[in-house]
Design a protein around this ligand. Structure first.
Ligand SMILES: Nc1nc2c(c(=O)[nH]1)N[C@H]1C(S)=C(S)[C@@H](COP(=O)(O)O)O[C@H]1N2
Ligand SMILES: [Mo]
Length: 210
């Protein structure tokens, strides 16, 4: 391969690979279960749980598509060790969502919900990261069905299971709770830079008791 050295010798800014990860050519599809069929008339995006006003907030697909569009550059690190670096994601940032549907001050975590009950939990600080984005596009193109169309979450600074594809809503929580993979042996926080891969690596305070 020798690619990193070539890049370094050209003096290019080296995109960094977290420990134990390798670069992947192309973009593999990884998920559990079937790819859901998108039915626009039945799709809605919901923000619920510990909201500031106590109400549930809902957007139809048309309404959600009209929210402010932004792009961020961020990586995708799968815990099975492949990484994609420096992709451009387009969509609605988590910060925008937090502004238009603010959480109650007591909210400390979020559960991000997707089709078929898939979920992933995040600390509010990770959700609030400026690069956390509900993506509709990658590299200027609409996501394909396998990659999460019409909407997926991307949390570039965490392992990619923290970014549900086919996402349908966010629950603001006043205490932490494990999502789908976090209940099944994966780390509650999932920082790829410190290789927080599995729940047996958790330190006190990293997550709710198993
Ligand atoms: N709904 C759903 N989203 C999911 C998953 C899943 O099983 N279900 N797997 C996650 C994992 S483990 C990874 S690595 C990424 C992969 O995204 P990709 O298929 O677009 O590469 O999706 C994440 N989002
Ligand atoms: Mo993954």
């Amino acid at each position: 391969m020798g690619q990193p050295a070539d890049r370094a010798s050209r003096g290019a800014v080296e995109p960094e690979l977290p420990p134990g990860q390798r670069l992947q050519r192309g973009w593999p599809v990884t998920h559990y279960g079937p790819v859901p069929k998108f039915r626009p008339e039945r799709w809605e995006f919901r923000v619920f749980g510990a909201t500031a006003d106590g109400d549930k907030h809902c957007w139809s697909h048309e309404e959600f598509s009209a929210l402010p569009y932004a792009t961020v550059v961020g990586d995708l690190h799968c815990v099975t060790k492949f990484s994609m670096l420096g992709a451009e994601w387009g969509g609605v940032t988590a910060r925008t969502l937090l502004e238009i549907a603010p959480p109650a001050p007591e909210a400390t975590h979020v559960m991000v919900w997707a089709e078929y009950g898939f979920s992933s939990n995040l600390r509010m600080a990770d959700f609030m990261d400026e690069r956390t984005i509900f993506a509709t596009h990658k590299g200027g193109e609409l996501l394909t069905a396998e990659h999460g169309f019409p909407l997926r979450l991307v949390v570039p600074h965490l392992y990619a299971w923290k970014g549900p594809k086919w996402v349908r809503g966010v629950e603001y929580m006043t205490a932490d709770r494990r999502g789908f993979w976090e209940e099944r042996g994966y780390h509650n926080v999932g920082d790829p830079w410190t290789e927080q891969r599995y729940s047996y690596q958790e330190e006190p305070g990293d997550g709710p008791e198993l």
